[in-house]
Design a protein around this ligand. Sequence first.
Ligand SMILES: Cc1ncc(COP(=O)(O)O)c(C=O)c1O
Length: 388
Amino acid sequence: MASTPNASSWFDQARFIPPDAIFALTAKYVADTFPQKVNLGQGTYRDANGQPWVLPSVNKAREQLLANGLNHEYLPILGLADFRNATAKLVLGSDLYSQRQSQVATCQSLSGTGSLHLAGLLLRACHGQPKVYIPSPTWSNHHQVFGSLGFPCESFKYYDPETRDLDVESYYSMLDNAEPNSIVIIHACAHNPTGCDPSKEQWKEIARRMKERQLFPLFDSAYLGFNSGNLDEDAYPIRLFIGEMEMEAGVCVSFAKNMGLYGNDDPKSPTPPGFGAKIASQVLGSEELKQMWYADMVTMSDRIRSMRKALYDHLIALETPGTWDHLIRQSGMFGFLGLSPEVVVKLREQYHVYMADNSRVSIAGLNEGNVEYVARSIAEVLKGELRS
Ligand SMILES: Cc1ncc(COP(=O)(O)O)c(C=O)c1O
């Protein structure tokens, strides 16, 4: 679309939406010529050499698809049926899926973000515009997606910077005082950005209070299996709410992280794009590929966990000021270091270590070759702060 200089434009009233800060940070990192630079900003998995990783299971699925003669016909409006059914079975587990199959409705979307948007459209069509309760902090797109659909969004305190842990009492108190028939956005696991998830006991309490208050759980499930390496473990709260508690729920699933399918083919048609769905469907439909994929998720989550531990060990060995237990309590790709914005700027400008301004780091950016450098940089900046 083009606009005419100096004339009034259709787009004059368009609201300015600032670009995502993480993409701007990545651009700065790319432009940095320092050889030891480290990017802990962007949330994409990196292997032990800091490179993108094509999962062996995904590679094999792609080879099989190509060997079988892949076509690019339109998919049905709801998406690839095998993919939708296999995803529902994966998320619910075989037993719950077979009990509830007739009550499950699925629709393919453009990854996790697209599914949140579609879920919002559906809930709006069914229920007008109820309140949407969103944890604070959260993944920034939650506010963009639900705010742009016109829902009144309300943040609730999820994280306590003092304890560097989940603030479960604030969570409970929000639930007890929430307007009935509202929506609550729930990170199914690996809370982004804090890396702090409720325990099983706390999940039970959250579910009980939500049911009592007639709140609708909308699960954002972008890290199933990627968090602990065990998909059943990571799907625990979803199965608890739907199975044991017999609640209705929405589940927005992404295979971006757990299958490493970050980029999408360009959808030029009004129907959903096929390639990623066909890959996921191929993996989920073959016992051999599924077992390979389970092993791939263990590879990714183990590497992330070992890097958390390595960062922690180096920080302790370097006698870095502060406490660092929170690093190993958190799980998933992200975590908060708990550094001030000034320290984050020094790390970036003096040490070429890039992270979000709130000191959220993507642990996947660490590897054997850079973790000590990162710890040393943090230790030096914090010791310098103490001296000044
Ligand atoms: C909490 C959360 N939800 C959803 C997504 C969805 O991502 P995508 O649209 O790439 O599948 C992400 C990705 O970063 C995320 O962190």
